[in-house]
Ligand binder design. Structure first.
Ligand code: SF4
Ligand code: SF4
Length: 260
């Protein structure tokens, strides 16, 4: 996470769940310190074969996007609308009943309306209407549409990564709209421009390289199991004799990498 993490009391004082007076499209994105994850390490992005690997900082004005970034996003959006019927349906059928609004822990914890699942998805829907619907093309903002800009892109990045994909909101939606699927879709689009976060990209790159998200090497695993055995001996007086990669073993014990 970012370097200046606010204290819990400060966050509680800032919470305000009342409706804001300004229309959400007119509230510029404010990427707050302590509320975002670091940009993905370019080495990890490169290792995963994702595009536009470079060092960048979400607080910078210039995110070093490809020159044709809007075209890349538009084509990526279209490709996924054609491929995933669920996404097209989720873009069209939300009636904004608000049943999902207070189900998201990010909204409850921040009081930020753009963390309501309905509005998180609306960040994408507004571009969908603008680029892919007749009403959006004809009536623009009146039809809930807006064009893609750098500020909108930054808003996407900030709010689409403030979702744990828990799917709690979808349980309460009368239409079964899965906001987690929508944010996954949005993150895929961001990946097309090299806009990932290090909390995801580096653990995934570690998994590709070593088989575990922490990047622990096999000899380090063995050292840790030996250390566990010493602990067991100290407590029980029995020294286990672990085997590694033994063919035909009766018990397969795989330590989660987070435990070692
Ligand atoms: S509960 Fe479903 S239909 Fe209602 S606002 Fe949320 S996503 Fe839209
Ligand atoms: S899936 Fe995302 S938007 Fe929905 S409740 Fe969970 S964190 Fe919030």
């Amino acid at each position: 996470m970012a370097d200046e993490t606010p204290k819990a009391e400060e966050l509680m004082e800032r919470l305000d769940h009342r409706s804001p007076s300004t229309h959400w499209m007119d509230v510029p994105v404010n990427i707050r310190k302590g509320m975002y994850c670091y940009a993905a390490n370019p080495k990890s992005v490169k290792y995963l074969g994702l595009p536009n690997a470079r060092a960048w900082n979400p607080l910078d004005d210039d995110w070093q996007l490809p020159d044709n970034w809007q075209q890349i996003l538009h084509e990526g959006f279209k490709e996924r609308l054609d491929k995933f019927r669920s996404i097209r349906i989720f873009m069209d059928i939300c009636v904004r009943c608000g049943a999902c609004a207070d189900k998201c822990h990010f909204f409850l914890g921040t009081g930020d309306p753009k963390n309501m699942p309905v509005l998180r998805a609306e960040l994408l829907r507004s571009i969908y209407r603008n680029d892919f619907t007749a009403m959006g093309k004809l009536f623009g903002r009146l039809a809930g549409a807006r064009p893609m800009t750098v500020d909108v892109l930054k808003e996407w990045w900030y709010y689409l990564f403030q979702c744990t994909e828990c799917r709690r909101c979808s349980l309460f939606c009368p239409y079964g709209i899965d906001t987690a699927e929508i944010t996954i879709f949005g993150r895929e689009l961001l990946n097309l421009l090299g806009l990932n976060i290090d909390w995801i990209a580096t653990p995934v790159a570690n998994c590709y390289r070593t088989g575990n998200h922490l990047g622990i090497q096999p000899h380090a695993f063995k050292d840790m199991i030996d250390f566990f055995c010493e602990d067991i001996e100290e407590i029980t007086g029995i020294m286990p004799e672990p085997n590694f990669n033994k063919k035909g073993a009766d018990i397969l014990f795989i330590t989660p990498s987070g435990d070692v």
